[in-house]
Ligand binder design. Structure first.
Ligand code: SF4
Length: 172
């Protein structure tokens, strides 16, 4: 797929963390239309259609949104779809009770198996989206319902060293 100079310049204005996604989306649109060259106008349309939701939005009422994510136990995820975490967040209960309406969940992922194999990799992916706080899910903390995670303190330290605050718990 060829790109006009103007389209290449426009692509450079797309934030780095969604640039690859924008490139793929516009090339797919242009290809589906049976054309072989991307123009700046194509990029503008594809960006609006596929990417703009993921870009930084203007602050509402001067409030900077707090961006949170939840990591949960890979093993427990076999039997838990995560409903309680989302319900508790929506109702601002338990470990979510202090968040205002501007707070967003921008990630929900499993640890990847002991000893938290993919946590730092996914936190790294979320940082360009301004992740503020990572919650370790309640399933990692509870002694009775599920086996407590033996790596939770180590996971916490690693994430905090990446500049992201950690809260130990979600719904109870
Ligand atoms: S590291 Fe902890 S949370 Fe992840 S699978 Fe092992 S016990 Fe579960």
């Amino acid at each position: 797929m060829k790109w006009t100079k103007e389209a290449e310049l426009e692509l450079k204005k797309v934030p780095v963390f969604v640039r690859k996604m924008a490139k793929r989306a516009v090339e797919m649109e242009v290809g589906n239309a049976g054309r072989e060259e991307v123009t700046a106008e194509d990029l503008k349309i594809a960006r609006e259609k596929h990417i703009s939701f993921a870009e930084e939005q203007p602050e509402k009422n001067g409030l900077k949104p707090t961006r949170i994510a939840i990591v949960r136990c890979e093993t427990v995820s076999e039997v838990c779809p995560g409903v309680a975490c989302f319900k508790a967040f929506k109702q601002r209960r338990a470990y979510f009770k202090d968040y205002g309406p501007e707070t967003e969940i921008i990630g929900f992922f499993t640890c990847g198996g002991c000893p938290g194999r993919r946590v730092s990799r996914l936190v790294e992916k979320l940082k360009p989206f301004n992740l503020d706080i990572l919650h370790l899910s309640s399933c990692m903390m509870l002694e009775n319902t599920y086996p407590v995670c033996p790596h939770k303190e180590e996971i916490k330290k690693i994430v905090e060293a990446m500049g992201v605050k950690v809260v130990s718990g979600t719904h109870h």
